[in-house]
Design a protein around this ligand. Structure first.
Ligand SMILES: C[S@@+](CC[C@H](N)C(=O)[O-])C[C@H]1O[C@@H](n2cnc3c(N)ncnc32)[C@H](O)[C@@H]1O
Length: 302
């Protein structure tokens, strides 16, 4: 079987199994197996694959046909340009969360231009560690903390931090939300992509998500907003006066979450859209922060 024949047959097979973008998925898996860039395949269409490669490829395609995510088969994904190991213990980092990360590191870097104090940030529900790692790398002067309830997720997050030489820069804490934080901790930024799928919607998610992402990383309670409510109710004592909470949320939750935060004396500074123009994360600060004093420059940090 040639490279081109293998690609064509496997594309057809994955399409029948309902896999999105079957040709791209096929090429990525073959490139992974052959340890070469995908575009290289185009120069080798006529090459005959030896039996060992055919067998290896068949196995990868079989797994993908069972709707195992590509990232699990390959073992990693890219987040903000950083390679992150993934497994069934963590949510596969999503592209929209990169926008949240960028907003976070931009805020921390602004702080560092106006205050000599190192800033402090918490990634609440760190999973693979992707947000904490992006912040630590882009803001070398910041103290970064990462909390997760899952010891298995934290072990992988630590592995990812080590992979990027950031193990010393991030403090990983295991426990249930803010209960895991040391007494008296005050943060400039709490950033979170918490579980936000309504419990009743999980069964109808696509199999790659429903059967392979940990349910603890998906389930946001009856309306998907349990963690938003929790942050609105519990985050304030851990935040410095002009700190920010940056929170990702699910489809259709923006306005209800705005009300939740406003009811708990937060100001919703921004609601940002994702790449597909859906409202996807919000930036909030406390109502009594110095930014609210007369003459203060509105949304300027500190
Ligand atoms: C949606 S995943 C996000 C993972 C990662 N931050 C990302 O963006 O890919 C949510 C994470 O929150 C963690 N989590 C769930 N409940 C928690 C709790 N009560 N306290 C701390 N972490 C929790 C889950 O284990 C999971 O790793």
């Amino acid at each position: 079987m040639t490279v081109l024949e293998a690609i064509q047959r496997s594309t057809e097979f994955l399409a029948k199994k309902g896999v999105d973008s079957p040709r791209l998925q096929t090429e990525l898996l073959l490139a992974h197996l052959l340890k070469q860039p995908r575009m290289r395949l185009y120069l080798e269409f006529e090459r005959v694959l030896p039996p060992a490669e055919v067998d290896g490829f068949r196995e990868l395609i079989r797994r993908r046909g069972q709707r195992e995510p590509l990232q699990h088969i390959i073992g990693s994904t890219s987040f903000c340009g950083f390679e992150m190991a993934v497994s069934r213990d963590v949510l596969i980092p999503r592209p929209e969360t990169e926008l949240l990360a960028e907003r976070g590191w931009t805020f921390l870097n602004q702080l560092s231009t106006i205050s000599p104090q190192p800033s402090a940030a918490l990634d609440f529900g760190t999973g693979s560690g992707c947000l904490a790692i992006a912040l630590a790398c882009k803001c070398p002067a910041a103290e970064v903390y990462a909390v997760d309830i899952s010891p298995e997720a934290l072990a992988l997050a630590q592995e990812n931090a080590t992979r990027h030489s950031l193990a010393e820069h991030i403090r990983f804490l295991q426990g249930d939300g803010f209960a895991a934080l040391p007494e008296g901790m005050r943060l400039d930024l709490i950033i979170s992509n918490p579980p936000y799928i309504p419990s009743g919607d999980i069964a109808s998610l696509q199999p790659e998500v429903r059967d392979y992402d940990p349910h603890r990383a998906l389930d946001g309670g009856t309306d998907g907003m349990d963690y938003g409510r929790r942050l609105a109710a519990e985050a304030a004592p851990f935040l410095k006066p002009d700190g920010r909470v940056m929170l990702e949320f699910g489809d259709g939750q923006a306005e209800r979450l705005r009300e939740v935060f406003q009811h708990q004396k937060w100001i919703v500074e921004a609601i940002e859209e994702d790449y597909t123009h859906h409202p996807r994360f919000m930036v909030v600060r406390r109502l009594n922060s110095t930014a609210d004093e007369p003459g203060a420059a509105g949304s300027q940090p500190r």
